[in-house]
Design a protein around this ligand. Structure first.
Ligand code: FES
Length: 178
């Protein structure tokens, strides 16, 4: 896959800068998290180096902003901007970094034999379609994923939902109550 011109301008230095920014934030990032700047077109976002993903240890990636935008408020990183990248042999798989069971990050789990085991209660999900092995109606969100010729992992993510102010959120909650 060829990188977008935007993607070409983003190097490890930019990621390093944002990793530094995240260090001082209130986001409960795990020590292994990589913080990436959102880039790419058509929903494709460059996440991390394939070589940085352990054979059985997934990598947590937090997207902070598109290039040229203000860095997002790191205390309010939503589910869409937290991505788990896992290895399945010679394949790399990006998933929403949230277990469908509880608010636990899948990147803290273990990958192996085509499965990702959640660290919360050890549910196991297929790295092909995200389905729980023993209860297939429970599904982890798997994104289309590819590795480019330069060894970067990309995933096609849904658009970032529009930011909602606390006031608007509270009004919405109040209206939805009987
Ligand atoms: S939080 Fe993942 S299995 Fe319970």
């Amino acid at each position: 896959m060829s990188e977008s011109p935007q993607g070409e301008r983003l190097g490890s230095r930019a990621i390093e800068r944002n990793r530094f920014a995240a260090r001082d934030s209130a986001v409960p990032l795990s020590p292994s998290d990589v913080v990436a700047i959102e880039s790419g077109v058509g929903g494709w976002v460059r996440l991390c180096r394939a070589a940085d993903v352990g054979e059985d240890a997934p990598l947590g990636v937090v997207l902070v902003a598109a290039e040229g935008e203000e860095v997002a408020d790191l205390r309010r990183v939503g589910d869409r901007d937290k991505v788990c990248v896992a290895r399945d042999g010679d394949r790399w798989v990006a998933l929403m970094d949230r277990c469908p069971h509880r608010d636990i990050r899948l990147s803290g789990g273990v990958a192996g034999e085509g499965l990702l085991t959640c660290p919360g209660h050890f549910w196991r999900f297929s790295l092909s379609d995200g389905r729980r092995t023993d209860k297939p109606d429970e599904v982890a969100t798997v994104y289309p994923t590819r590795v480019d010729a330069d060894g970067w992992v990309w995933a096609q993510l849904p658009p970032r939902p529009p930011a909602v102010s606390m006031r608007a959120w509270l009004l919405d909650q109040a209206r939805s109550r009987p």
